[in-house]
Design a protein around this ligand. Sequence first.
Ligand SMILES: [Zn+2]
Length: 279
Amino acid sequence: MNILRIVSLVLLVSSLLTVSIVSAYAQYPQDGEKYETLGVRHDTRPNVCLFEPNPTYVNWNYWKDVEFESWKAILDWQIEMTEFTNGEDWSMHIFNTVPYIEHWNKTPDDYRHCSIFLTYEAWNTKKNSGALGLTGIDFKKSSHKFMYIVVYLHAVENNKIVLDIGDIKENNNGTIKFDIKSERKELPLNSVYNIVLHELGHGLGLGHYTKSVKDGYTKSVMFPSLDPFNEQQKFKITMADKFMLTQIYGFDGYYKPHPIIIPDYCLFLNDGLMSNGCY
Ligand SMILES: [Zn+2]
């Protein structure tokens, strides 16, 4: 496998509007594996809202499959956690998908019932960014706290997933026009599932699981890179993931979260299952 094709699931925990996230990038442990949190959490059941992408750039049938994969990822977080904690309630509320024509000119404040925004864009227009998905956080405003996820549905299948400069043409009036490159392809559905599973992990407060090997995704869905056009690669929520979520919310689901203080990170032993302790 060409390792260059492994691209980053950039944890753009570049806060959407600004949040000070407890950053826990201390030293990388030598024999442990580090699993970080974002230092934030939901204090009630998460309300997940899906927003349809611009249908001009995303094939309708493909989008319906993407929507289905997204539901599967949401439900898998729910099912795995419920099973892990012997039946506690880890359900999330999934609202009806908001059509593009309804939301294209709206802001998150128009959807105050949503605490996780799951949005889709045709592709990443950021120059030199190979990100296939990103999560931002707005926990600043007191009344409407939310996580904002963007999943990019097309990428260029080559060594580096970046946008060529030739793609962007600026008009006289300053607006930017995008040309679709023929090499840009729809991501396989397994990849969409993997990305949603990963970004939703951020949406729930999980940071990254760091391990210095390329197959780190077998240890955690929060491993920060994947091979987008490998149709065999399927992320699966692991013990480490489930354990880590309980470090943020306790063992009894999203209601009345405890402990009071969210750990910055935990160190895992080499099997990715046992925690060495959380800090
Ligand atoms: Zn990430």
